[in-house]
Design a protein around this ligand. Structure first.
Ligand code: RET
Length: 237
């Protein structure tokens, strides 16, 4: 799909988006090879403390997921930000908050010293997530109107926001959180279901659009930072 794409911004959208399945495949290889999974003893207070299905009542934790999200989700946001015509400040803020969300989510999953601290990490992660949601829903939605990419951006924005909200819900209800869903396997498969849509359907929809609308992307003011609320591009001065 990308062979004939020549505009640098459109190419960058392709590069960022294609990194997502590559990171994802590496992530799943890490999980199935046993390199990025472990059995953790849950702290007192956790529903599965001492009664998990792992050896000695431990709980199976595929922690590699949270680690590799720190690499894949910024790529999704870079692609979306470029599509929306984001300036570099918003792009940096979204990516930095997103990495913060994933790493503090990893900390939540790995904390075994205190049940309360697992939730403290969870709340910190949600605070980072709120920043990402704000940029997606408010800032970039407005930028995309100016850039002329609002239609595809809005489709991808809804897909992203709805699916991404599923991840903290699964964490909260799953084996690592409240353990309403007690089985780590069911919890993990739920993430995999979201992953397929959030990564693969997302990538397909975005790249198909960019390949056939390269002109719109190319005509966006050059550089990262030209779309501003005042509407004044450097050439207008
Ligand atoms: C965690 C738990 C802590 C609170 C929050 C979370 C959010 C995770 C998200 C992950 C998105 C992953 C994607 C992966 C596929 O490419 C870490 C589950 C807020 C939003 C899109």
């Amino acid at each position: 799909m990308g062979r004939n794409v020549e505009d640098p911004r459109a190419q960058l959208i392709f590069v960022a988006t294609l990194m997502v399945p590559l990171v994802s495949i590496s992530s799943y290889t890490g999980l199935v090879s046993g390199l990025t999974v472990g059995f953790l003893e849950m702290p007192a207070g956790h529903a599965l403390a001492g009664v998990g299905t792992g050896p000695d009542g431990t709980v199976f934790t595929p922690w590699g997921r949270y680690l590799t999200w720190a690499l894949s989700t910024p790529m999704i946001l870079i692609a979306l930000g470029l599509l929306a015509g984001s300036n570099v400040t918003k792009l940096f803020t979204a990516v930095a908050a997103d990495i913060g969300m994933c790493i503090t989510g990893l900390a939540a999953a790995l904390t075994t010293s205190s049940y309360a601290l697992r939730w403290v990490w969870y709340v910190i992660s949600c605070a980072f997530f709120a920043v990402v949601l704000y940029i997606l829903l408010a800032e970039w939605a407005e930028d995309a109107e100016i850039a002329g990419t609002a239609e595809i951006f809005n489709t991808l924005k809804i897909l992203t926001v709805v699916l991404w909200l599923g991840y903290p819900i699964v964490w909260g209800l799953g084996a690592e959180g409240l353990a309403v869903i007690q089985s780590p396997a069911v919890t993990s498969w739920a993430y995999s279901g979201f992953d397929i849509i959030a990564k693969y359907l997302f990538a397909f929809l975005l790249l198909r659009w960019v390949a056939s609308n390269e002109g719109t992307v190319a005509n966006m003011a050059s550089g990262l930072g030209s779309v501003s609320r005042s509407g004044a591009a450097p050439a207008d001065d």
